[in-house]
Design a protein around this ligand. Sequence first.
Ligand SMILES: [Ca+2]
Length: 289
Amino acid sequence: MLAFYNFAKSLFYKVFAVILAALMTLSNGLNGFFNGDIYKYESNSKVVGLETLERAQGVTTDGEYWYFSGKTSLVKIGFDNQTVYAYNYKALTDELVEKYGSKHIGGISYYNGYIYASLEDSKVWAHPVIALYDAETLEFTGEAHEMPTEYLSRGIPWVSVDSANGLLYASYSKTAEVIYCFDLKTFEYVGDLKLSDPIDAIQGGEVYNGKLYVGTNDSTRAVYAINVKTGMVEKLFDRIMYQPKWIDNFGGEGEDVTVYPMEDGTLIHALDVGALFIDSNLRHYKWDA
Ligand SMILES: [Ca+2]
């Protein structure tokens, strides 16, 4: 099945090579206009066209594969940015939809053979959920936890695993003044981490060496690092410099990040959807952590 899928995909790319190349050029040009003078990324794992939908929300890695979430899907891709190792286009199973009204997958985080995914019943905000998927197959494990609306009053846009401290993190979708902390085993609320400076529109993050790195959709789609012991916020870099935003999300949208030291020296891998929403970019940044 996967072999056929990868064959069909490469055939599709051959047949539509000219159109895809045109889309690449168009999206690069547009993004260049919106990006302005930004912090330099080393490389970009980019897709255009339909695959953008598969990579429109979350990203994480186990050090061997990239995992992406779309609004209702999960995919597992090789570091070649092309080979598909698993996909689940119905990650929001009937069971999840019936029980929680889940409509939207947000930021994701890999831990111990599982993908932890944040599920929202968008615009209802009654059932924020963290669901576990098998990282091998991307199938739903049957394990889902309803999180307290007392704290997550407007959905759960993202989740990050902090295995060293046995915690899960999430935040409010607009301006976050705290990070909500939950027990990694019981999923119980254990307290909040006060931020030294509020952060707007966090889309997702990953923990690395005692810091929670988050990607935002704030005015410059900046990436921040948060010390998980002190709550000290450090702004690392902007992803666009184009301001003001005439229309919300005009010029694309900043998404989730993941952090992993790669052989080429890059560490922070940040996802964004480009202007016109025809391309998805996973940009790789060097950073001295
Ligand atoms: Ca992530």
